[in-house]
Design a protein around this ligand. Structure first.
Ligand SMILES: Nc1ncnc2c1ncn2[C@@H]1O[C@H](COP(=O)(O)OP(=O)(O)OP(=O)(O)O)[C@@H](O)[C@H]1O
Ligand SMILES: [Mg+2]
Length: 233
């Protein structure tokens, strides 16, 4: 499904070129749960932006479902994102005075769906994300950190993506709440066969994935199966 070949990303600031990713290659099959782990500044978010079709590499190719997406225009990339990819970011901007259901269904307004269908899909996503039904009509400002993160996952699911990219999704959560969120990703992976790519700098978080790709200074230093995987049931 994902095939990254010799990707390099160079950022230009003034006269200086900085290589955030250098000659990175890997393949991720449909239905895998992979952690991309590395210290701050190692290139994780840069990688996520490329994998998520938010940015293109300077060199190299990226095949997503057999299509070379490294050469697409911004509009074409936006279409791919809408069809295939769900994003969960570390700090999710929930609209504070808007209900949970509406926060989740908002992207569907732009997709031109009717209100009943938007609500139906938002409810299904919230249930899949492990959100308690009693909170569906709460406002964004009335939720805990863990609940906000579950709304973020629901929002990522609402377009029914085959690929979910999560950048430090548990970064702002305590350990216990973080485990619940990681368990939700495991469930979405196992029961719904969605491909999950989890970006983290924390070893304990990466241990929830079935495979760990380690990056440092923009290069892969290891890529292996996680034999001591932590499963949350
Ligand atoms: N738009 C940009 N312009 C110039 N340099 C950038 C840009 N974005 C990122 N960088 C640099 O590229 C390197 C990798 O950044 P990136 O955000 O991918 O790291 P990261 O692994 O996600 O770090 P963190 O864990 O702190 O989020 C950093 O040295 C950063 O300063
Ligand atoms: Mg980052």
């Amino acid at each position: 499904m994902i095939e990254v070949k010799n990707i390099t990303k160079t950022y230009k600031t003034g006269d200086i070129d900085f290589q955030a990713l250098s000659d990175v290659s890997f393949t991720i099959q449909d239905g895998e749960f992979v952690a991309i782990m590395g210290p701050s500044g190692s290139g994780k978010s840069t990688m996520m932006h490329i994998l998520g079709c938010l940015d293109t590499p300077t060199l190299g190719t990226y095949y997503l479902d057999g299509k070379d997406v490294s050469v697409l225009t911004d509009d074409e990339l936006a279409d791919i994102r809408k069809d295939k990819i769900g994003f969960v970011f570390q700090s999710f901007n929930l609209l504070p005075r808007t209900t949970v259901i509406r926060n989740v269904s908002l992207p569907l307004v732009y997709a031109g769906l009717k209100k009943e269908e938007r609500t139906e899909r938002a409810v299904a996503s919230l249930i899949a994300a492990g959100m308690d039904e009693g909170h569906f009509h709460h406002k964004g400002s009335q939720l805990s950190g863990g609940q906000i993160q579950r709304v973020a996952i629901a929002r990522a699911l609402v377009n029914n993506p085959s690929l979910i990219l999560a950048d430090e999704p548990t970064g702002n959560l305590d350990t216990k709440t973080g485990e619940i969120v990681l368990g939700t990703f495991q469930k979405l992976n196992k029961e719904e066969n969605r491909t999950i790519i989890l970006i983290t700098h924390e070893h304990d978080v990466a241990m929830h994935a079935e495979r760990i790709i380690h990056i440092k200074d923009g290069k892969i230093i290891s890529d292996r199966k996680n034999d001591q995987r932590k499963i949350i049931s």
